[in-house]
Ligand binder design. Structure first.
Ligand SMILES: [Zn+2]
Length: 263
């Protein structure tokens, strides 16, 4: 065999784009699975988009459990606009326009039944602004800001808010540190952030297929959090993390009197 070249071992990055370091805790990550880009959340309703043949790899931090799609996390806003948040987006997220804002409104009215006129509220990632509109109609002081739609606006010009909500935002974010940096700029020392994202605890396993419905690239779900990863992310920004359930959570530095009943 001398003189015969042995076929070159494939270089890992020829096949997939893996980021070896967790963006939240900087520990080692491992590749856990690949799914078709067209995997979407409406599969829970029995609707399956045709396979498009574009592989999306997910990788998981071995320390904090944060799971993410490294290649999509590097996409530009233009790529997200063209491939995820395009004219077909509503077909994979039909609750985006009305149902989700109404559910979020009901949740906030339940959490804060009194004195809402004194809470200065921002809905971060508020899309069409429907949640803020509903809240204003019910006496709240509320503003909506969507970094994707209002990307020309400086975050500093928004001011600071007592309560910041971010419903179904975190899982769409490619840069978790930047998200927290932006949210921190909007906070007073005693502001409260209430956000929703389904935690992955019990849903994503090593040595198993990534068949969790929420891990859907077509919906832009590129960052999937365990409770440990949210705790770590909070601590990096001197915040405390708490959960109301597996979908609704909060970040807080100092609990204000108007929210003390929640803690
Ligand atoms: Zn990590």
């Amino acid at each position: 065999m001398s003189g015969t070249s042995i076929s070159k071992q494939p270089v890992k990055d020829e096949y997939y784009c893996q980021q070896d370091i967790c963006p939240i805790c900087e520990s080692h990550t491992v590749l856990i699975d690949v799914v078709d880009f067209n995997k979407s959340c409406i599969e829970t309703s029995g609707v399956f988009l045709p396979i498009c043949g574009k592989p999306i790899y997910y990788t998981q931090c071995q320390a904090c459990g944060f799971t993410f799609a490294p290649e999509m996390c590097k996409w530009t806003e233009k790529e997200f606009s063209e491939q995820v948040y395009n004219e077909e987006y509503l077909s994979v997220d039909p609750d985006y326009v009305v149902k989700r804002p109404v559910n979020s409104f009901n949740l906030l009215e339940k959490l804060f039944p009194i004195n809402t006129h004194s809470i200065n509220h921002l809905d971060y990632g508020g899309g069409n602004g429907y949640l803020s509109k509903l809240l204003r109609e019910h006496g709240w002081k509320s503003k909506s800001f969507d970094p994707f739609l209002d990307n020309k606006m400086s975050i500093k010009k928004l001011g600071k808010f007592n309560l910041i909500t971010a419903f179904e935002v975190f899982e769409h974010v490619p840069n978790t540190d930047l998200l927290l940096k932006n949210l921190s700029k909007l906070m007073h020392l005693d502001s409260v952030i209430i956000f929703s994202t389904l935690v992955s605890d019990g849903h994503i396993k090593l040595n198993g297929r990534l068949d969790w419905w929420y891990a859907s690239p077509r919906n832009g779900h590129i960052s999937l959090y365990s409770k440990a990863s949210l705790t770590k992310l909070a601590s990096k920004f001197e915040l405390k993390f708490g959960s109301f359930n597996e979908n609704v959570h909060c970040f807080v530095k100092q609990v204000p009197s108007w929210a003390s009943h929640l803690f």
